[in-house]
Design a protein around this ligand. Structure first.
Ligand code: ATP
Length: 581
């Protein structure tokens, strides 16, 4: 190695290398050991590590992270950039750079270190310590208005008071000194042996200034790692009405559709979460998926047994005994089916659409950034007659070159004046049956002895051509459409109240879609059918909807649809996590 090169290296390593060249009795004697040591000391990797170490610690300064949420800042910047990509080349380049997995990985690692997201180490217990002697840590916190962010319980086995839970981002967590399982020995010099958690609470409430805990550290520290998981909630949660939450003040309320950042899933029954976008660092408690599923199953079984809420199902859980309660809406399965006079009749069996064996609690989601030239299909779902065709037609009218709807297939013979591929693709019944069997149709049905259907291929073709595919399929087609390949944006067209429905439709002389010839208005019974169908669809599929639009005033509803279509092109939106992997 030339001296010139070596000079740039760490002086201590260079000295060591020099020593190796003049072996003394203190050094390993075998050629093999000397060779190994010399190769190790010359390796670039070791020198890079030493240089990094020196750069961080060498000048005696201590470094602190400027922020510990750089990956969240990254998401914000991406969101800002997404609409400006076309403004400047630099913006487009930055957008592409920030989406690179290496850069995102680097920022995640930075945040993990900044959040001290690694295994905490306490000093080793000296070897000569007496068997009976325990290591005690003394933690002093200044009392403020902020909750401590920890819960305590009596350990069932030992009867001692222990830390049951530490809320991510709370005061206890930020101290880095209080961990789940730590035994509380003294609070403000008061021995708490034999006391209850409530006694400890009273001591804490009566104390002023600083609070001093004497704790016996737990043996195995629970990992403080903050997860990156985001979920969309499919139910409303109000902690104030939940009698089984271990600590009411720590509960996090949310509404169906809210996106939550799950920071800890350490506890099987109570997760810790923040509402996405909420910069409040303290996490709150929410029921875990397992707990919520149990509650739903229990509620359903009670509804089907008695039709009303009764009793509680106890689930023994740490740190509390958790039970389930609540009522479940009566199944709208009894809804009268709308008369089937439309051309395309969905052919699935009744049982197929009863999709609630799937229990909707939380769905893991991730942000999908729009990419120029690749448009997500827009799917309008709703009760027959609610106005989906009307809205679709209006959207296509705004730009017929951009918004396209797939041409349906039929087995009926072509009529004079018709063109293959214009109104329909005309194929033989045998061919169509074969394709249906092979799962090539997203929906299909039979009318007056002829088959009609929409093929998945024709949807894909529109997407590949860089157009926005707009569909208004039967709701049973949702499961086939909601795939990572198509990534549809599902808009539910909701009817207004029955009074407003009648009023708006009658005022515009709306044509009934239940009538084969579309020659008359909706009847009283048909209005009722629209409402019943709507509640059935909501019950079965509302966890699939990205957005709902109430179709009362047509112009207003259309405006909302147009806004949604524009948003799809310009904003990152939450989608099932599996779609972005
Ligand atoms: N908000 C509204 N106010 C008044 N009339 C409306 C409104 N929305 C739709 N309509 C009218 O209601 C009738 C039925 O609408 P449309 O054909 O769009 O229903 P659809 O949901 O597509 O039904 P289907 O699924 O059975 O084909 C049409 O005459 C349409 O113009």
């Amino acid at each position: 190695m030339a001296n010139g090169t070596r000079e740039k290296w760490d002086p201590a390593l260079t000295r060591l290398l020099d020593t190796l060249q003049h072996p003394s009795t203190d050094l390993p004697s075998s050629e093999e050991e000397l060779g190994f040591l010399s190769r190790l000391l010359r390796s670039k990797e070791l020198h890079a590590l030493v240089n990094a170490h020196n750069a961080i610690l060498g000048d005696g300064r201590r470094y602190f992270p400027v922020l510990s949420t750089s990956s969240e800042v990254l998401s914000d910047v991406l969101e800002e950039l997404v609409s400006r990509q076309r403004v400047a080349d630099e913006a487009e380049e930055l957008f592409a750079l920030l989406q690179r997995p290496h850069l995102q990985g680097l920022l995640y690692s930075h945040d993990a270190v900044a959040q001290k997201d690694y295994y905490p180490h306490l000093p080793d217990i000296p070897c000569d310590i007496e068997e009976e002697e325990e290591t005690i840590k003394i933690v002093q916190l200044v009392k403020s208005n902020e909750p401590l962010g920890a819960t305590i319980k009596t350990d069932e086995a030992t009867g001692k008071i222990v830390i049951a839970r530490v809320m991510h981002g709370g005061a206890a967590d930020r101290s880095g000194l209080i961990h789940v399982g730590d035994e509380v020995v003294e609070v403000n010099n008061i021995n708490v042996e034999g006391r209850t958690p409530n006694d400890v609470l009273t001591i804490l409430q009566n104390s002023e200034g600083t609070i001093t805990f004497k704790l016996v550290p737990a043996n195995g520290k629970s990992g403080a790692r903050e997860s990156k998981v985001r979920v969309r909630a499919h139910f409303d949660y109000d902690s104030s009405t939940d009698p089984y939450i271990p600590c009411k003040e720590a509960g996090l309320d949310f509404k169906k559709g809210d996106v939550l950042h799950i920071v800890s899933q350490d506890d099987a029954y109570w997760w810790q979460a923040r509402r996405e976008g909420d910069r409040n660092m303290r996490a709150g408690l929410i029921p875990s998926r397992a707990l919520q599923e149990r509650r739903i199953i229990h509620d359903r079984s009670q509804v089907s047994k008695n039709g009303e809420e009764i009793g509680l199902c106890s689930v023994s859980a740490s740190p509390a005994v958790i039970s389930c309660g609540g009522t479940f809406p009566a199944s709208p399965r009894c809804a009268t089916k709308p008369r089937k006079t439309k051309k395309i009749i969905y052919d699935a069996t009744e049982n197929d659409d009863f999709d609630r064996e799937h229990i909707a609690t939380y769905e893991e989601v991730a942000k999908l950034y729009p990419r120029p030239g690749i448009h997500r299909p827009i799917v309008l779902i709703g009760a027959p007659g609610v106005g989906r065709n009307e809205l679709k037609r209006r959207l296509i009218d705004t730009d017929a070159d951009k918004y396209k709807t797939p041409t349906p297939y039929t087995s009926r013979p072509m009529k004079p004046g018709e063109e293959d591929g214009k109104e329909y693709f005309f194929i033989s019944r045998e061919q169509m049956e074969e394709d249906i069997e092979a799962g090539k149709f997203i929906e299909y049905g039979e009318y007056k002895g002829n088959l009609y259907g929409t093929s998945s291929e024709s949807v894909k073709e529109i997407v590949i051509a860089g157009k926005v595919c707009i569909l208004n399929p039967h709701y049973q087609a949702l499961k086939m459409l909601r795939t990572p390949q198509l990534r549809p944006y599902i808009i539910y067209i909701k009817p207004p109240s029955i009074e407003v429905l009648k009023e708006t439709r009658n005022a515009c002389h709306a044509r009934s879609t239940f009538d084969v010839h579309n020659s008359r208005g909706f009847t009283e019974e048909e209005f009722n059918d629209i409402m019943k169908s709507a509640s059935r669809i909501e019950f079965l599929y509302d966890h699939f909807f990205d957005e709902s639009i109430v179709n009362a005033d047509l112009a207003l509803a259309f405006n909302q649809l147009l806004n949604a279509a524009n948003r799809l092109e310009s904003e990152p939106l939450w989608v099932p996590a599996s779609w972005v992997q």
